[in-house]
Design a protein around this ligand. Structure first.
Ligand code: ADP
Ligand code: ZN
Ligand code: ZN
Length: 719
């Protein structure tokens, strides 16, 4: 008997249900092939979906099925990518409908036609050179800039301060001509690689026609970027595409310019800061192969590529590669899978590799390539752990002394503090009242400049109280120091030196941040005080002294990843010091100078710091030594959330799977929701995911599921 004809298309539809939906072909047409973009009726709505496979109708008789309304694009997504997304949906246990969100840019998720994006770059026309612009000072500035040659739209807007409207008017008036691609940067071959770099490069190049995963580990400034760009150049020369993933915060114009000038190709960007049209343009260019170099944040890992030749993940340890909602995938891990299915190499680079990747090296899944020295003339900074006990100011005397010395010698100083605002706690010194968020289990941060209390978890705000709401005393004190207070203290100590605060409050837009970086890049002595924004990725050659303040909380956190993150932050900040030819200095301020973690960190070698952490994880059977997934639940009351998780635990427990909990999340209450989690652990990742998937439908049907919001997070980063 021959197989029955395949009569329906199984379609991924963007709804949060754990299944595909069956549709008949458009009347009198063939079934559209897998990967086709289709418009389908769904309830009373019409949705854009993707055909994943063909099959026999499940359950219902074909009569009850509805036909596809329209085929929008045939075979838009290739089989390799469809298989990858199917694998991800099973492994990360997300609804298959998420495939639509991951594989299609926003513009293709709607049925209506899309308006063309603004041009990527501009050049001056002859009319533009001649025009009398006496009454239009903005236009004069635009012209001044373009007299030296074409510029990208973004650069032009940043540097001239002109808005989209000005550019549009000038284009319509024939003064500007738009260019489809940004002008290619002047090529620059880069430095001659040193011996370690050369052998790393050779290892990657030997693998360029097969799959191999490399962990390129080397301190900041050791020349990792040079290595992977040289490898990329060879891949491009063979006519293949290169996809580079970078953390949200690390995807800077500096990095992009450097990539372009080394590779001699325009880099197509893909990140959430782009307009829908710009994303669509990049998506199409990647799919057609026109974009030979694509640089993007995590979501770029799902871009269609005509001829993938190599994947690169810069700062592979960065937490922003993990998506926090919807499809909770890890961009780095998906990049490795993708490289494997495309049979090409993948290079993961970091000065502070994740324990996950170090574990994979140990298991012979990845190959480690080490760069042990700073490249060129730059040297490692000198380290000092400063005992802050007894110092009443947040800036200890040792730090102030070192700042004075470095500023006096013409250096720049970077102070890292992982907390914006003026003070993390506002307290009544009479009765001990503290300003807490009413919706979260957390203190509110005091922001003096805007006279308000703000919750950094839920965003709620209140005006600064004049008196204690409990006892009426006016004696309210701000405890601890955030970046705002540090900025104030630095300015008091060093009134003649410019102080720049770099955090989300001070840096309204990315343009402002870029302008600041440009200014700081000119090298005049200054002090930078900032959060994460400052710690990562930016080349700040003038910084000779870096300091990390208030790490102590991290030493005693309940999160098992805390020591790893602490070490990464400290090493990354230390790496900011002395990147130029001057040797740098690094200070770590703590009230627990004898803490073993700090002693180990103080030796200044991240890999020796990380090795015992990995051993501890193994002892405790924690990731990456075992697989972990969380079933999270939240509700306005604690009881329903606990109840649901207890019911689910009954379904999920098994011989191979250990369930622990329900346990409260570290931030137990957020935005009015009580948050609990069930830990699911297993020795094998595949077994764990399969086990959960197989019980997902039953969990959906639990009566107690109706009263909570819940989801599964495989390989979670937050507890
Ligand atoms: P990483 O990516 O490891 O932080 P980079 O590749 O950014 O390091 O290199 C840091 C700096 O050193 C850059 O300015 C780079 O151009 C320079 N550099 C890299 N390799 C060499 C080399 N072999 N000789 C001289 N300078 C180099
Ligand atoms: Zn009080
Ligand atoms: Zn809150």
């Amino acid at each position: 008997m021959s197989a029955p004809p395949q009569t329906v298309a199984r379609v991924a539809v963007p709804v949060p249900l754990p299944r595909l939906f069956d549709y008949l072909p458009v009347p009198d047409q063939q079934l559209p092939p897998p990967g086709s973009r289709v418009l389908v009726p769904f309830g009373r709505r019409r949705l854009v979906g993707l055909v994943i496979e063909h099959g026999e109708p499940e359950g219902q008789a074909p009569k009850g099925l509805r036909p596809i309304e329209r085929v929008l694009d045939e075979a838009l997504i290739d089989t390799e990518l469809l298989e990858l997304i199917g694998w991800c949906a099973r492994y990360y246990v997300f609804p298959p409908g998420e495939a639509v969100n991951l594989l299609l840019p926003g513009a293709l998720r709607r049925s209506r036609e899309f308006r063309a994006p603004p041009p990527a770059a501009f050049e001056l026309t002859e009319a533009g050179r001649q025009a009398d612009l006496a009454r239009a000072p903005r236009q004069v500035e635009v012209r001044e800039l373009l007299l030296e040659g074409p510029l990208t739209r973004e650069e032009l807007m940043t540097r001239s301060g002109a808005g989209a409207e000005v550019l549009r008017r000038m284009s319509e008036g024939g003064l500007l001509r738009s260019l489809e691609r940004p002008p290619p940067p002047p090529p620059n071959a880069g430095p001659r690689l040193n011996a370690e770099q050369r052998s790393a490069l050779a290892a990657v190049l030997r693998a360029r026609r097969r799959f191999e995963a490399f962990l390129l580990a080397g301190v900041t400034g050791s020349g990792k970027t040079e290595v992977y760009l040289q490898a990329a150049r060879r891949v491009l020369a063979a006519g293949r595409q290169v996809l580079i993933l970078a953390p949200e915060i690390g995807l800077t114009p500096q990095l992009v310019r450097r990539i372009e000038s080394r590779l001699g190709e325009p880099a197509y960007l893909y990140h959430s800061g782009l307009s829908e049209g710009e994303r669509l343009a990049c998506w199409q260019a990647a799919r057609s192969g026109r974009a030979r170099v694509v640089v993007g944040t995590r979501s770029a890992v799902f871009l269609p590529l005509a001829r993938p030749g190599m994947f690169i993940v810069d700062e592979e340890h960065d937490a922003s590669f993990k998506q926090g909602d919807g499809a909770r995938y890890h961009g780095r891990d998906v990049a490795v899978l993708r490289a494997r299915s495309a049979r090409v190499p993948v290079v993961l680079g970091s000065a502070t590799p994740s324990l996950e990747s170090l574990f994979n090296v140990e298991q012979d899944r990845y190959r480690m390539l080490r760069l042990s020295q700073r490249a060129g003339e730059a040297r490692q900074p000198r380290w000092r752990i400063v005992d802050q006990r007894g110092s009443r100011s947040s800036l200890s005397p040792e730090l102030v002394e070192a700042m004075g010395r470095h500023l006096g010698e013409g250096g720049q100083v970077l102070i890292y503090r992982n907390r914006r605002g003026y003070a993390p706690v506002l307290m009544c010194s009479e009765c001990g009242w503290q300003a807490d968020c009413q919706r979260c289990s957390a203190h509110m941060t005091f922001h003096q400049a805007v006279h308000s209390l703000q919750c950094h978890h839920c965003g709620s705000q209140r005006p600064e109280p004049r008196r204690c709401p409990d006892c009426g005393s006016p004696a309210l004190v701000a405890l601890g120091a955030g970046t705002e207070r540090l900025e104030e203290e630095v300015a008091e100590r060093f009134p003649d030196v410019p102080v720049h605060r770099v955090d989300r409050d001070a840096m309204g837009g990315k343009h402002q941040f870029r302008r600041l970086l440009e200014r700081v890049g000119q090298g005049e002595p200054c002090v930078l005080v900032g959060t994460q924004m400052l710690a990562k990725g930016h080349h700040l050659p003038g910084v000779t002294l870096a300091a990390v303040l208030d790490v102590d909380q991290a030493l005693f956190s309940a999160d098992f990843r805390s020591p790893e993150r602490l070490g990464q932050t400290v090493a990354q900040v230390a790496g900011r010091a002395g990147r130029g030819d001057r040797g740098g200095e690094f200070l770590l301020l703590t009230r627990h100078p004898e803490h073993p973690l700090l002693e180990s960190l103080g030796r200044g070698d991240y890999l020796s710091y990380a090795a015992p952490l990995l051993e501890e994880r193994r002892q405790a059977r924690l990731p990456p030594a075992s697989a972990l997934a969380l079933l999270r639940a939240e509700a306005h009351d604690a009881q329903p959330a606990r109840r649901f998780l207890a019911d689910a635990a009954g379904l999920l427990g098994g011989r191979e799977i250990e369930t622990i909990g329900p346990l409260p999340a570290i931030l137990t209450r957020r935005s009015g929701y009580w948050r609990f989690q069930l830990w699911l652990q297993c020795d094998s990742r595949a077994v764990l995911s399969n086990h959960i998937s197989a019980r997902l439908a039953a969990i959906h049907e639990l009566k107690s599921a109706r009263r909570v919001r819940w989801h599964v997070d495989v390989d979670p980063l937050d507890l």
